[in-house]
Write a protein that binds this ligand. Sequence first.
Ligand SMILES: Nc1ncnc2c1ncn2[C@@H]1O[C@H](COP(=O)(O)O)[C@@H](OP(=O)(O)O)[C@H]1O
Ligand SMILES: [Mg+2]
Length: 265
Amino acid sequence: MDYTALVDTMRRLALEAGDVIMEIYNSDDFDVKVKSDESPVTAADEAADALISAGLRAAFPDVMLVTEEQAASHTQSGDTFLIVDPLDGTKEFIHRRGDFTVNIALVENGVPTRGVVYAPARNRLFYTTADGQSVEETGPFDKAAPGATSPISVADSDNAALMVVASKSHRDQATDDYINKYAVKDMKSAGSSLKFCLVATGEADIYPRLGRTMEWDTAAGHAVLAGAGGEVVRFDDLTPLRYGKDTYANPFFIAHAPGVTLQES
Ligand SMILES: Nc1ncnc2c1ncn2[C@@H]1O[C@H](COP(=O)(O)O)[C@@H](OP(=O)(O)O)[C@H]1O
Ligand SMILES: [Mg+2]
């Protein structure tokens, strides 16, 4: 795999998809449909999916492609693939709350090794570079060439004063009970894969997810976090979260800076 070409392509497609999404976000009105799994989908999800899929297929015709919006038609299986969530945080998008992201990742042998997360309404762009180190690029973003970037790395965590981030729209008692096992300095809530990026930049120490997600929701954020020195483990046995699982469904997980002393479930 040519990682330089891959990262350039992922970055460009995420920015292009972000433009398409923002055009719809800023329009007066858009339709919301409900998918078979009861989750909402908009024209923005579909347009971004089509754009990214076409771009990845053209650039990497031999690499298997998994996308959220085409999940029902996936017939191939394997542990090396490109995986896309064209608009993560659709509820955030619909309610115009801004925490939504474009997500593109490469999974190799079950591990997300490269990824891009773009939050167009927040003007934040995170990705792994060709060498695997994670960076945040500061806008304005030029699709043709990367601008100024800064390396990001996880916090040097203080287990007596942890910053926790959790889902805005999927939050329950079990999550709160688990968070209460830690000495928490402060809590923040965020939508979408941005939560992984907040751990990656050191803005949070831990993101526990005791709720359903699919691999396309997490792969790009997971790659960005890993490239910043962080880890994502299964909630049940604290082993690394792996990809290419049956139906692409994730178990509950914990994303964290390595200095956090994890509590048992
Ligand atoms: N019951 C469920 N089954 C599968 N995925 C779910 C789910 N409930 C929430 N999710 C996933 O969680 C994502 C939202 O995460 P968060 O709550 O952290 O913002 C959604 O992404 P989409 O918005 O792309 O559909 C959705 O895929
Ligand atoms: Mg999603």
